[in-house]
Design a protein around this ligand. Structure first.
Ligand code: SAM
Length: 432
């Protein structure tokens, strides 16, 4: 059990000092630069178990210290009032590409930023004033704007820009709508993805239908890039590698990456395992992402195939069917339909096909570090708001497998350190 006992301000501050020291020393030992707000700071912490554990404790204590220092009334007032503007500001910075309006190794005046973004200078000043309070951009002594660590990370990583765009433009309007959605539905969330809170903000169409149908595919491209940006911290691609024995599959084994987006996960696995072949399956509008996600030298082993996972599975008897962040997108009835299509294609029994599911397995409250519990809780809410789906506990996963086919058995469940999700290995037993 991760304890969050009630500590005084000073006790918390002492805990923070001790945890910060531990983190600093560990970073020194492994030769990783110390965190700072300077633009040349590494955008992510290293994938080092000791550093990550110290970091989780530090964030937990810092959140509590913030809560105590703020006090209940201001915590409530500020949270409701400030957080929506913090979110909105990020959206404006991203939509109008402030990231490139300020040169990464130089400064820009407010007038120059206004000219480059096409925004009036008063708005530029208002938006930057708030974002600078969170150290996203800074004003130098000459009154010009310079980058900080966060704005520089955004500038350097186009995928992160898509991450912000997807969350703040595709999903956030539905979050604002969720309470009204629940009220209108008698206190329940709808079970039809075309009637989710997000769908209500998208003209009554399911999110994936909108992503797939929009214009020249820009919206699905942005979504695919947002997914591809999930490669660090709680969603580090390393966790996919660590959570299953890919090397043990043997030469020539085929992995079907069902709903694999452009193929960023398969490409990463293929680079590490030269003996494996991958078929990445997704909707037609995602195919354009394949060229960006899969390097030329891997394309003979990582192929893209247009496939709707509610239709008959064309790749029969594959070694592994990988479902990464797929089933959590769907209510149980549709998740069952996806699994049944795979069951029909699997080789049963010992040495037969396996399904590898990578998704959140909801942990009990207080059993994982608080930052991970917050990520899991938000993922669960996001599925509810956007897709009428939800994250599942271990028991719910087992129930889903059983409902899909009584021969499907959860054989292994690995939670890689620091990962918000888990990797589950599912086999199809011979006999019913
Ligand atoms: C949350 S993303 C996960 C992508 C990828 N597996 C990953 O781990 O980053 C869900 C994926 O399911 C795809 N998808 C949605 N509906 C689909 C369908 N009916 N058939 C195939 N793919 C679908 C989306 O295009 C998207 O790439």
């Amino acid at each position: 059990m991760v304890s969050r006992d009630t500590l005084s301000l000073v006790d918390l501050a002492a805990r923070i000092a001790a945890d910060a020291k531990k983190l600093q020393q560990r970073l020194e030992t492994i030769g990783h630069p110390q965190p700072s707000f300077a633009p040349d700071t590494p955008a992510i912490y290293p994938d080092d178990a000791e550093a990550q554990a110290a970091r989780m404790k530090l964030i937990t204590a810092a959140l509590d210290l913030y809560g105590l220092a703020t006090g209940p009334r201001d915590f409530i007032v500020w949270d409701a009032f400030l957080s929506k503007h913090d979110t909105m500001t990020f959206d404006v910075l991203n939509e109008f590409n402030f990231w490139h309006a300020v040169p990464i190794d130089n400064s820009a005046s407010y007038a120059e930023i206004a000219q480059r973004t096409g925004l009036e200078e008063a708005v530029v000043r208002a938006v930057l004033r708030l974002s600078m309070s969170r150290r996203v951009f800074a004003e130098g002594q000459d009154g010009h704007i310079v980058h900080t660590a966060v704005s520089a990370a955004m500038t350097r990583d186009r995928l992160l820009q898509s991450w912000i765009g997807h969350h703040l433009q595709d999903v956030a309007p539905g979050c604002v709508q969720f309470a009204r959605h629940l009220r209108a539905n008698g206190g329940r969330s709808s079970t039809d993805p075309a009637k989710s809170a997000v769908a209500e903000t998208l003209g009554g169409r399911a999110l994936f239908d909108v992503l797939e149908a929009e214009g020249d595919g820009w919206r699905m491209r942005r979504f695919a890039e947002a997914m591809a940006s999930m490669k660090s911290s709680s969603h580090d691609l390393e966790h996919v590698h660590a959570g299953f024995d890919w090397g043990g599959l043997g030469k020539g084994a085929t992995v079907v990456d069902v709903g694999g987006s452009g193929g960023h996960v398969s490409a990463s696995l293929a680079a590490a395992h030269p003996g494996l072949r991958f078929v990445v399956q997704d909707l037609p509008s995602v195919e354009a992402e394949y060229a960006a996600a899969v390097p030329e030298e891997l394309r003979d082993r990582v192929k893209f195939q247009v496939h709707d996972f509610f239709a008959e599975q064309p790749e029969r008897g594959a070694t592994v069917y990988l479902l990464r962040h797929i089933l959590h997108d769907w209510p149980d009835s549709q998740a069952v339909a996806v699994l049944r299509r795979l069951v029909a294609a699997m080789r049963p029994g010992e040495g037969g096909s396996r399904i590898v599911i990578m998704d959140v397995v909801m942990a009990g409250h207080g059993t994982v570090p608080l930052p991970l519990e917050r990520v899991q809780s938000c993922m669960d809410l996001q599925m509810r708001v956007a897709l009428c789906a939800h994250e599942r506990t271990r028991a719910q996963w087992e129930e889903l497998l059983k409902e899909s086919d009584s021969r499907l058995k959860l054989k292994g469940l690995v939670v890689p350190p620091g990962c918000a999700g888990a990797v589950m290995e599912v086999v199809l037993e011979d006999e019913r």
